[in-house]
Design a binder for this molecule. Sequence first.
Ligand code: SF4
Length: 396
Amino acid sequence: MSRNPTSRSTGARSGAATPGGERLLSVESLSVTFESERGTVRAVEDVSFDVAPGETVCLVGESGSGKTVTCESITRLLGDGEIDGTATFDGADLLSLPESQLRDYRGSRIAYVFQNPQNALDPVYTVREQLVEAIREHHDVDRAAASRRAVALLDDVGISNPSTRADEYPDSFSGGMRQRVLIAIALAGDPDLLVADEPTTALDVTTEAEILDLLATIQRERDTAVLFVTHDLAVVSEIADRIVVLYGGRVMESGSATAVLERPSHPYTRALLRCLPGRGGRMEPIGGEFPDPTEPPDGCRFHPRCPHAVAACRDGDQPPLYAVDGDRDRVASCVYHADGFHTDTVVGPLFEEDDGERDGETRSDDEERDGETRSGDETGEQFDGHESDSGGEQRE
Ligand code: SF4
C-alpha cells in the first residue's frame, strides 16, 4: 500500500489548461446561488477550470451537479441567480462586463449548442431564414452574402444538398439533422469557444456518434475550443482532452482525460465509471441520494454516498483540491490525497476493490444508523486497524 507523501492542496484551481498555460477561458472561484421557496439554492460553489484554444474540456456529473449552470453563467445567460467569481475570456472578465459589451462575446465568440434540437428551431421560418438572421447578427453582410454563407455552413455540418434543404422548414429535418442545423447556427459567428450542453442526449446512438464526429471535425478544422457538458462518461472518453468532474456544484476531480479515465482518483469519478457498461463486465449504480442543493451536507458533498467516508469527510467544507501523484494539473477534492492518507483506497483498480468497498459501505451504513456517534478514532479503525490521533484522519 502506497502513501501520498507528495500531496499538496492546490487551492481552488483545477489545473492549468495546457502545460504551457495558454488559456482562452479561465473560470475562477465561480459560485452561483438562486433564491427558491425552499431557500437559497447553492447551485455552483468555488468552481475553477481553464479551457485552452482548440481544446475540448468536458464538464461531467449527474443531473443537478451544476454543469449547465456553470456554462450558462460564463456569459450570464441565467435569468436570475447571484454569480460570484470571474470568467476571463481572452483577457476580459465576462462576469463584470456591461451587458452591451457582453453581447460582443455571447453567440459570436462564445456560441452555444443545447440539447433537444426538436424545440430549439423556430418552426415557422425556413432553415435558410434562421441561418441568415444568425449570420447577419454577427457579421456586417447583406442578405445575399448571408444566404450564400448559410448554404456553406449547412454543407460544413454535413447537410446534403444544402442549397435545396436550406429552404425547408425544421419539421422536415430529423433530430440529428436539426442538431446539425443548430451547430451551423452556432458557427455563424465563427466562435472561438463552442459550449455544447448535452447536445446528443436526445439522439440515438448512431446519430450521437455522427454528431460527435462532426464536433471533432469542426474543432480540428477551425481550431475551435469546446466546452462539452455531459453526464455520459462513454461520450467523454470519445472526445475529451480534459475532464472536470462536478458533484453538488463542486469540483470533485480534474485532469487530462487520459489520467482521469485510466486512473480515476476520486470516489465519485470511480462511481460514475462503474455505472458504465463494459468496464469490468458489470454496471453498478451509485447508491444513495443526490444532496439537497438548499441544504448541502457539511464536509465533502459526496460523503453520504461515499463508501470510504471517514470522520474528516463529514465536517467543515469541501476538501481542497489536492494534487494527485504530485501533479498540480491533476487534482482531486478528497481527503485521501492529503498528506498521511493512503491513496490506494481511492486510486486502485475499479473492480478489484469491490469487495472491500461493499464492506466499507456496510460499515458506513452502520455508522449512519448509530447516528454518527462513533468517535473519529473508531471510524479510523476501518482502514488498517491503526487508531489515529486526529479523528481517524492520519494513516500510517
Ligand atoms: S473519502 Fe471523504 S473526501 Fe473522499 S470522496 Fe469520500 S467522502 Fe469525500
